[in-house]
Design a protein around this ligand. Structure first.
Ligand code: F6R
Length: 249
């Protein structure tokens, strides 16, 4: 595992954008796994900037959502498909239909999860972006999620719903359920890039990177993967041992 520690969120976004840029420009048919959330917003902004100013092209790429809420209208701005469209896809040259995700309106959600799982494994995902929840979740795999889990419907924890309330208009409840890629699904990607900024992530990051591998800390499963880069703003790295914090840029 490579750990890169930087001083600011924009610097973290640049490191992540470098990895994404290398991937989309060199992979024969780039399948990019996208997380959403506050951590990814500056990453998407940096990718858009590179597209506009340097011609970074996504024309050959396909993008795949990590997770999606259940119970929102199709046009709800908080639906992750719409977030990805608003912050990234509509500003770059991702082709029509290049953003893939589970259909949260499918009549049979279990069948839809199985369909998306098969689509992901066939893609296959070359580079998967990940954030981490302060409770150690990756995607919407909450503590207790089996390390061999696949794409499925999950209930969101109170902590996750409270944490995500900031993305919803006042008075709109955060959905109680979502579809998420499973931990095994995520691990099937060729390369994982996990990003975290802020002191409130430091404990989860330390447990994910250096703690025991356990379903109680779903992000600890990244330790099982042979090709992981963890990009941290210094504030999120304070719980790591000195040797790991050494690769500071
Ligand atoms: C979102 C996702 C989540 C977030 C995590 C961190 O697609 O999969 O696991 O990455 O909750 O969210 P932020 O970046 O908002 O702190």
């Amino acid at each position: 595992m490579k750990v890169v520690v930087v001083e600011s969120a924009p610097a973290a976004a640049r490191v992540v954008a470098d990895l994404v840029e290398r991937f989309v420009t060199t992979a024969p048919r780039p399948a990019l796994g996208l997380a959403t959330g506050a951590t990814m917003a500056p990453v998407f902004a940096e990718l858009v900037r590179r597209h506009r100013e340097h011609g970074l092209s996504f024309a050959r790429a396909r993008a795949y959502l990590l997770d999606e809420y259940l119970g929102l209208d199709r046009e709800d701005p908080c639906a992750y498909r719409n977030v990805v469209h608003r912050l990234l896809a509509r500003h770059v040259d991702l082709g029509a239909g290049a953003v893939h995700g589970p259909d949260p309106h499918a009549a049979d959600l279990d069948a839809e999860c199985d369909r998306y799982e098969r689509e992901l494994l066939a893609a296959p995902i070359g580079l998967q972006l990940l954030g981490i929840g302060s409770n150690g979740h990756i995607a919407f795999n909450e503590p207790g999620s089996p390390l061999d889990s696949t794409t499925r419907v999950v209930a969101l924890s109170g902590q996750t719903r409270a944490g995500n309330a900031r993305f919803f208009p006042a008075g709109q409840a955060v959905p109680a359920r979502a579809i998420t890629q499973g931990i095994a699904t995520i691990r099937a990607a060729d390369q994982l890039v996990m990003v975290a900024c802020g002191k409130h992530k430091a404990q989860a990051v330390a447990r994910a990177v250096e703690g025991p591998i356990t379903s109680e800390v779903p992000a600890s499963a990244i330790q099982l993967h042979p090709n992981v880069t963890v990009v941290l703003r210094a504030s999120a790295a304070v719980g790591l041992s000195e040797s790991l914090r050494a690769d500071t840029q």
